[in-house]
Design a protein around this ligand. Structure first.
Ligand code: HEM
Length: 280
């Protein structure tokens, strides 16, 4: 058998044949991405801490991209397109949850050695996380205040805050299918966090009791439940990982820490989709 020469010119050309001589590194802006791990201490474990946040933020960027695409698709009555995007959101969420396993290798003794260098920086200020919450209908405007000084970002956040969430467009789809929805819900102020409503509850009950007639809406509902379920699991793993690393100390962002993270677990994005499970 002839051994393959890795310097074979034909093979080499396959690997370097980028359009207009662009390299892999250039295409992916690796110079920027890989130059962004700036440790503030010389502690070995700070590298993990930075990268785990950056990886999570990158996945959040994809989640937002898909969620926004799905919102548009639902608005345009293209539910199959939305399902594809929402399935990708869920899969990405499983990845972002797995990141906690890696972070759990950071012990309290290690973290305490560089925690002070973080100052008041906290995931609490993650604007992509807030934009995801906005897209899911949970509107807490405090992040706008945090980024007031950055005009471009502030504008982007304001826009995201004022956009309808995915549940708003899903409720419009219920109404579009002829299911009666209160006008006050259809015309609601979308800058406020969604609050549950009986007409929405009745509409989802109709869908779940007659899935053959309302298959698309039923599928949409289950996709939304997947996303909320995974998000809660992310929140839970975050809370437990934080407890494992800092116990019940206050957060660098100034909250009570684990107590605060336990409290946010109570928020439900799509309340009726959970309530109907008791009624069915
Ligand atoms: C050693 C690791 C970590 C610790 C000790 C920690 C601790 C905390 C604490 C105590 C809070 C509450 C706000 C505060 O007072 O700071 C918080 C919020 C938050 N953290 Fe972390 N965190 C860690 C890792 C991460 C990672 C890897 C991410 C991924 C991006 C993340 C994202 C967030 C987000 C989005 C919030 C806001 C949650 C909400 O308001 O619902 N955290 N974190």
């Amino acid at each position: 058998m002839v051994k393959k020469d890795h310097r074979d010119p034909t093979e080499a050309s396959i690997h370097t044949d980028f359009k207009n001589n662009m390299t892999y590194g250039e295409y992916l802006s690796l110079d920027k991405i890989l130059a962004g791990q700036n440790r503030l201490s010389d502690h070995h474990d700070e590298m993990l801490f930075i990268i785990i946040h950056q990886v999570s933020e990158l996945w959040m960027k994809l989640i937002l991209h898909e969620l926004r695409g799905a919102i548009k698709a639902i608005e345009n009555d293209e539910l199959s397109t939305a399902f594809k995007m929402l399935a990708r959101v869920s899969k990405t969420q499983t990845q972002i949850i797995q990141a906690w396993d890696v972070l759990s290798t950071l012990t309290p003794s290690e973290y305490m050695q560089f925690r002070d260098s973080l100052g008041q920086a906290s995931g609490f200020q993650s604007y992509q996380y807030r934009m995801i919450e906005f897209a899911l209908g949970y509107k807490t405007p405090h992040v706008l205040k945090i980024y007031e000084k950055d005009k471009v970002l502030h504008e982007e956040l304001k826009e995201a805050y004022q956009e309808p969430g995915i549940y708003d467009v899903a409720i419009k789809a219920l109404s579009g299918a002829g299911l009666p929805i209160d006008k006050e819900v259809l015309d609601r102020d979308v800058t406020e966090t969604y609050r549950k409503n009986d007409s929405v509850m009745q509409a989802w009950l109709t869908v779940y009791r007659d899935v053959e007639t309302y298959w698309d809406l039923y599928e949409l509902a289950e996709k939304l439940v997947d996303i909320e379920d995974w998000l809660q699991q992310w929140r839970f793993r975050h809370m437990k990982t934080v407890e494992r690393i800092i116990g019940f100390k206050k957060g660098t962002g100034g909250s009570s820490g684990v107590g605060y993270l336990k409290k946010v677990l109570d928020h439900r994005f799509f309340p009726e989709l959970w309530d109907i499970r008791t009624e069915l």
